[in-house]
Design a binder for this molecule. Structure first.
Ligand SMILES: O=C(O)C(=O)C[C@]1(C(=O)O)C=C[C@@H](O)C=C1
Length: 282
């Protein structure tokens, strides 16, 4: 079975995918969109993509493609500790760094460190932390640095000049397994943190109390919401869809009266799956 992931090798997403699928072929992709496309067109059966970080919040691209690709569902969530390091080519020195590259999430998670110690040095977005590390290793003649993980430093032969530069020591990213089936991924070797359901909800038009009505469907049934995120529909200011997580196994309830109630207030519900959350090692 082929599993797509945001590459190249030694990205955080690969570290997550390797723990979730130790016996499968991992296919590196250049972007989160490519991961969705690989699953959509059958090149890969599943993909692992980042969804949310404890410092920087939601990975909006993942949320957008979940919304845009209704055939794609969620099979599991996995939380992994994230440590960022600043690294350079071993033939370069720290004094002459002219630019720092990384994934925008990694730059944002290390913003205060970089702003305090490397304020004047331009930062530039890259498709992933590992892609930035690879680029630094291939360009020893330019004085550049990357924010990436220990595995990237080892794989691409880079020297770490600052360790653990994330702005909060406790830094975790939540990844999801996506696929076109609606399976519940199981793994007895990983610690399970809980079970939840995910859905995307859109309201027909902005009206007073619309979101309140949706939330009350869950509140009256004492269903605990563990996440609610609004994201622009891109059709105009004020138009949103909502990504909602409800704790526990509750699919039966949703397909019963709760779903009818949501329909009666003209809410559109795209059920993403009933899945478990696992804990990964860094
Ligand atoms: O750039 C990487 O290495 C990734 O796997 C992406 C990503 C993300 O998008 O959140 C994954 C984990 C970290 O939060 C930083 C970057």
């Amino acid at each position: 079975m082929k599993i797509a992931f945001l590459g190249p090798h030694a990205s955080f997403t690969q570290l997550a995918a390797a723990q979730l699928f130790p016996d499968n072929e991992l296919l590196p992709q250049a972007s989160i969109l490519d991961c969705f496309n690989a699953v959509e067109n059958g090149e890969a059966v599943k993909a692992v993509v980042p969804l949310e970080n404890s410092i920087e919040g939601t990975v909006s691209m993942t949320l957008d493609y979940l919304y845009k690709t209704p055939s794609i569902k969620i099979e599991a969530e996995a939380v992994m500790p994230i440590a960022h390091h600043l690294m350079i080519h071993p033939e370069n020195s720290i004094e002459n760094i002219e630019r720092i590259y990384s994934h925008p999430q990694a730059l944002a998670q290390s913003f205060h460190f970089l702003d305090t110690h490397y304020k004047e040095i331009p930062k530039q977005d890259f498709s992933s932390t590992a892609a930035a590390a690879k680029f630094v290793s291939e360009n020893k003649d330019t004085a550049i640095a990357a924010v990436a993980n220990q595995f990237a430093a080892n794989l691409y032969g880079l020297k770490i000049i600052n360790r653990n530069i994330q702005d909060f020591e406790q830094n975790h990213t939540r990844f999801i397994i996506i696929s076109k089936q609606q399976n519940m991924y199981q793994n007895d070797h990983l610690e399970t943190l809980g079970e939840k359901s995910g859905m995307l909800i859109t309201l027909p038009e902005d009206h007073p109390g619309g979101l309140h009505q949706v939330l009350s469907v869950f509140a009256w049934r004492k269903m605990n919401l563990s996440k609610i995120e609004s994201r622009t529909l891109k059709t105009g200011l004020g138009n949103y869809f909502f990504f909602i997580n409800v704790e526990g196994p509750w699919k039966e309830v949703l397909h019963g009266n709760a779903l009818k109630e949501l329909e009666s207030i003209h809410a559109n519900v795209d059920f993403l799956g009933n899945y478990k959350e696992f804990l990964l090692e860094s």
